[in-house]
Design a protein around this ligand. Sequence first.
Ligand code: C2E
Ligand code: MG
Ligand code: MG
Ligand code: MG
Length: 284
Amino acid sequence: RSKRRGRGQITVYSREIAQEMKRSTQLEQALRNAIIADSVEVHFQPIVRIRDASVVGFEALARWNDPDLGFVSPAVFVPLAEERGFIDALSDTLLRKAAEAALSWPRELFLSFNLSSAQLMDPGTAGTILATLGRVGLDPARLELEITETAVMTSADTAERIIAELRQSGVRISLDDFGTGQSSLGRLRDFTFDKVKIDRAFISRITTDRASEHIVKAIIAMCDGLDLQVVAEGIEEWADAEKLKTLGCAMGQGYYYGRPVDAAATLRYLQTHHRDFLPTQETA
Ligand code: C2E
Ligand code: MG
Ligand code: MG
Ligand code: MG
């Protein structure tokens, strides 16, 4: 089969593959080193109650700034760690750091943490997560795990068992990027979730595109009926927030409210956005 394509073409093709393989192997090695050196960091983005913009929790987002490679997006290195079989080590480091940061927030604030699809295929995942929370001392009731529709579809039985075990310990589950995956509304009935995060793709067009507005409206109505909480992702402008308010969307997240920031900066954010941290009459 390859003979017919001619020699030159095969050479170019294989050189590209070789280059790509070399690059991803370099990336893999650098990432493994960064995990060992404990230099992969976690940033936090506020999740707010849209009504008054008060913060209700933070989503942990992995950040890796390599001295040689520069900033590498989690959309690149998380899938790489999954593919090369060390997502557990990466995720465990990230959860530990995130949970430690959450200890310094007011108790009613939750920590939202992303799980990758590979983790939902591994029956040991629930135990690992709960052990990490135990070591750090974070109440499982303060943790929410974000999973995607696709991840749930991939290994349904195992995923279901992991979710059940975590929920039994008080951990809540939210469905991330809702509306974009190979979705099946039946999943919402078969699986037990607590929250749905409406994908940014709909929110970014909500004030300009009637279809997006109607889709968001329908998702909110469905969630109300199913007793699921709703978060709108990717709120970038005041007008998006106002529109979502009129649609009755309870929670939101996006650059309009705050970009992901490091652990120290979450405390400064809370000083201006959380009542327990607001200056009282005496101290003001
Ligand atoms: P995600 O879980 O859907 O996270 C939301 C992404 O949208 C984040 O990108 C966040 O920085 C970005 N974002 C938030 N608000 C806005 C907005 O208003 N406008 C725009 N344009 N973007 C906004 P980020 O940090 O690059 O993460 C990308 C993805 O990588 C995440 O999507 C998640 O799937 C994955 N990821 C990040 N951290 C972790 C992690 O610790 N574990 C796992 N398994 N996956 C992670
Ligand atoms: Mg997420
Ligand atoms: Mg998302
Ligand atoms: Mg996403």
